[in-house]
Write a protein that binds this ligand. Structure first.
Ligand code: ADP
Ligand code: MG
Length: 233
């Protein structure tokens, strides 16, 4: 599903250059649930943003679902992003003046999906995250965990090939974090490929594989026995 080879990324600031990714190689197969772990500043978000086509690498190759991701103009990149990828962020990134349902439906609007189908899909995915009854509520009326579930429904509604989550539990308490991980595990059980960036060991252990980033390289890449979040909620 994802193949990256010898990926490099530096940030230039004035006369200084910060070499953040120093040759990353890794592949992700369909159906995997991968944690990308590392301390703050280790380049996790940089890597995820490149995988999410929100940023580009300086060197190296990236193939997503057999499509080489290279030299794409902004329009093409946006098309691929919509088609292939769903994003989940630490801060939820919901639109405050839109209801849960409208938030889930919005990306579909930009993809040219009809109004009727948008509504059907938004309700379907809100139902899958257990929030059917909250469809007409605003984000301000939802708890942090509920907001993240709306964001997950929004990411799922476009039926992406890969879900990318950057610290999805970073703004949540432990119990709520485990509830969100339980949902992420359920979505993965259904065959969806998911990458989760985290600096929390307990969250990483709920994935099936942990990729440890350190000093710009992959220090360790291990398949693990998954801890089920349901044991904690
Ligand atoms: P992580 O997500 O693991 O905390 P990041 O990928 O966000 O790490 O950042 C890695 C390093 O790159 C950090 O030192 C950060 O300050 C730096 N960095 C990230 N984004 C930029 C940017 N747009 N410009 C300059 N430096 C950046
Ligand atoms: Mg980060």
């Amino acid at each position: 599903m994802i193949e990256i080879k010898d990926l490099h990324k530096s940030y230039i600031m004035g006369s200084n250059s910060l070499h953040v990714l120093k040759g990353i190689d890794f592949n992700v197969e369909e159906g995997e649930l991968v944690a990308i772990m590392g301390s703050s500043g280790s380049g996790k978000s940089t890597l995820l943003n490149i995988l999410g086509m929100l940023d580009v690498a300086d060197e190296g190759s990236y193939t997503l679902d057999s499509v080489p991701i290279k030299n794409l103009n902004e329009k093409k990149a946006a098309q691929y992003r919509n088609k292939f990828l769903g994003f989940i962020f630490q801060s939820f990134n919901l639109i405050n003046y839109k209801t849960a349902m409208e938030n889930v439906a919005l990306p579909l609007y930009y993809q040219g999906v009809s109004r009727k189908e948008r509504q059907e899909k938004a309700l379907k995915y809100l139902g899958q995250v257990g929030l059917a009854e909250w469809a007409t509520h605003l984000p301000s009326e939802l708890s942090g965990g509920q907001k993240q579930r709306v964001a997950i429904a929004r990411a799922m509604a476009s039926e992406p090939k890969v879900l990318l989550a950057d610290e999805p539990t970073g703004a949540l308490d432990s119990t709520t974090s485990y509830e969100v991980m339980e949902l992420i595990q359920k979505i993965n059980d259904e065959g969806n490929t998911i990458l989760v960036v985290t600096h929390e060991e307990d969250i990483a252990k709920m994935c099936k594989r942990i990729v440890h980033l350190k000093d710009g390289i992959i220090e360790k890449d291990e398949k693990i026995e998954q801890v089920r979040a349901s044991e904690y909620v």
